[in-house]
Design a protein around this ligand. Structure first.
Ligand code: NAG
Ligand code: NAG
Ligand code: NAG
Ligand code: NAG
Ligand code: NAG
Ligand code: NAG
Ligand code: NAG
Ligand code: NAG
Ligand code: NAG
Length: 496
């Protein structure tokens, strides 16, 4: 119970922050390929408690639509690939579906997008040709009831729609798909619907271990990849992939179509060979992704451009076939506890001048580990603080002043406090997925001095910092080499 509360509290703060962002939105995909998930009603509560405002589902399951009535959550619903045939064949099939399966729940359940088919170019069997006719029938059905402006119709794609994605400026659609992509793009432009893409730097990294730096995939590269045609600098694979798509659209003169990312994420666990599938990496990827999106950074080719992103996925899904990682993309376990603590605040880069309650007795507060925390949560949060959180954790190394007492709670407290003080000393900066707690009593002892934001008394240390995680180590490779390797790997990915 306490654990559940903390998780909810932490994520709530995170998502309240997301709310404040007027530009780009973060949503979550609610995949249900599992036999142990909570009921849709419970999921609706979980989603609301976490202030998740945008949710993607893959069908139009009635229990789910009912559960989200009057929650304010905006749903993207889907027509599955197996339904493309009837939807493309007869207008009446789309009309009936809308009348019987959607309208009874609308507008109590907010529906804003309908995806017609998903990643059709990845499927066997030639169903691509059905997509646009089905989209047209769905749009016509919506128009008949006056909802065509409120509900957008589109279809999702994998990066496999491109035949080239490196350098990004050379991005181009695979001409084998032109027969259905051309009418699809015309449809999107005409109806101001976005192009929906699923982006997975994880796969790109996993399938080309030696050639792509993990840091580049995790948004923490210290080197840049230069696009030789445009001179644009890329520091992460996500941006490079999005821009490849922008350039592919521009090459066909579709300049007005927006891009929306309908899936991206990182698995927290994988088979022994999938070494990058760890809670740490999943936490780093999603934390950095959220910060990147919320900051409205845009991409090098489209700086400041709004980019809505859905994180895959809400739950671990035990029925998904394939490698171990496939079943471990979730932010939550089926019992609704978090898989890892997600810090939506990034490294304090996000403006958080609204929520911070910095007041206390003397105006001075510290942040320490809550004594109710599980070891795992504490360890994750400590690793994060000393890694992505940029905290200098030297003082808690053996023989340093804050090493004793040698326990997780003490070490975590020391690290949490530094992060907190360095990042505005706000509630949010002491969240750590719910395991941080603010106190107004100085936790310093003996020679272990806890810094404060005002007089930053940190322990002087002259040893080389030993990071407690490897997440901040950079594998520096020259930009020219990186770009060469990137080209190699993208070709490889597209071959698959
Ligand atoms: C798929 O079907 C379309 C239209 O029926 C056709 O033009 C295209 O060549 C087909 N593609 C393949 C790979 O069979
Ligand atoms: C383009 O798509 C076709 C059909 O899916 C595929 O066989 C071909 O390898 C792709 N070409 C490239 C360069 O990706
Ligand atoms: C890495 O790049 C080299 C040189 O381009 C290539 O020979 C090798 O197959 C690549 N390895 C992988 C795993 O893609
Ligand atoms: C946030 O955006 C600004 C410009 O819009 C950029 O200079 C800055 O580096 C971004 N910060 C992060 C953490 O991405
Ligand atoms: C801020 O602190 C004050 C005084 O401690 C407290 O009354 C108030 O509830 C706090 N507000 C929030 C949002 O935590
Ligand atoms: C946990 O901390 C609270 C307040 O910080 C304290 O009142 C409580 O006694 C502590 N519990 C344990 C088991 O240490
Ligand atoms: C710790 O747990 C107790 C009950 O187990 C609860 O009353 C208390 O509020 C919790 N403290 C924190 C800081 O979560
Ligand atoms: C606090 O730390 C900053 C940066 O580390 C430093 O520039 C500043 O002088 C310090 N302030 C005090 C009062 O020590
Ligand atoms: C630096 O380290 C040396 C040996 O480890 C120690 O004698 C000295 O006191 C340290 N200096 C400071 C400022 O901590």
């Amino acid at each position: 119970m306490a654990r559940g509360f903390r998780l909810i509290f932490a994520t709530s703060l995170l998502l309240i922050l997301l709310d404040l962002c007027k530009g780009s939105n973060i949503g979550v995909c609610y995949g249900r390929n599992a036999d142990d998930l909570p009921t849709p009603d419970k999921v609706a509560q979980l989603v609301q408690l976490h202030h998740i405002k945008y949710l993607r589902i893959y069908d139009s399951n009635i229990q789910v639509l009912k559960a989200f009535a009057n929650t304010g959550v905006e749903l993207m619903i889907g027509i599955t690939n197996s339904d493309l045939l009837p939807f493309s064949q007869f207008q009446s099939n789309a009309d009936t579906w809308l009348k019987n399966s959607i309208l009874p729940y609308y507008p109590a359940t907010k529906i804003t997008y309908i995806t017609v088919g998903a990643e059709v170019t990845e499927t066997t069997g030639n169903i691509s040709a059905l997509v646009v006719p089905a989209m047209k029938n769905v749009l016509t059905a919506l128009r008949k009831v006056g909802l065509h402006k409120k509900i957008k119709v589109s279809s999702t794609h994998s990066l496999g729609v491109l035949s080239r994605s490196f350098p990004p400026s050379a991005g181009a659609f695979n001409s084998s798909h032109a027969f259905f992509l051309k009418p699809l793009l015309e449809f999107l432009a005409e109806n101001q619907s976005p192009f929906l893409i699923d982006i997975y730097p994880y796969y790109a990294y996993r399938d080309s271990l030696t050639n792509v730096s993990l840091d580049y995939a995790l948004f923490q590269s210290s080197s840049e990849v230069i696009d030789p045609n445009t001179g644009l600098l890329y520091t992460n694979m996500f941006d490079a992939q999005i821009d490849a798509l922008y350039f592919a659209l521009m090459a066909l003169n579709f300049r007005t179509i927006r891009i929306m990312v309908t899936e991206t994420g990182w698995p927290s666990k994988g088979s022994p060979k999938e070494t990058a599938a760890t809670p740490d990496n999943a936490q780093i990827y999603n934390t950095n992704l959220i910060r990147h999106v919320m900051n409205n950074t845009g991409t090098p080719a489209k700086p400041g451009e709004k980019l809505d992103v859905y994180i895959f996925s809400l739950f671990n899904e035990n029925r998904k076939p394939g490698l171990e990682s496939e079943r471990n993309w979730g932010l939550f376990y089926p019992d609704q506890t978090s898989v890892y603590s997600l810090d939506f605040t990034g490294r304090g880069a996000v403006d958080m001048n609204t929520e911070g309650n910095v007041t206390s007795s003397n105006g001075v507060t510290w942040c320490i580990a809550s004594n109710n925390s599980s070891e795992r949560d504490l360890q994750n949060a400590l690793n994060w603080a000393c890694g992505s959180g940029n905290v200098d954790c030297t003082a808690i190394q053996p023989s340093q002043p804050c090493y004793e007492p040698d326990n997780l709670a003490s070490h975590a407290s020391y690290a949490f406090n530094i992060y907190y003080q360095q990042n505005g000393a706000t509630d949010v900066a002491c969240s750590f997925g719910g395991v941080g707690i603010r106190v107004d009593k100085d936790p310093s002892y003996d020679n272990c001095i806890y810094m404060t934001a005002r007089g930053n008394k940190t322990v002087a240390s002259n040893t080389t910092a030993i990071a407690s995680t490897s997440s901040s180590t950079h594998n520096e490779i020259p930009a020219w080499l990186a770009s060469f390797l990137l080209a190699a790997f993208i070709l490889k990915v597209l071959e698959n």
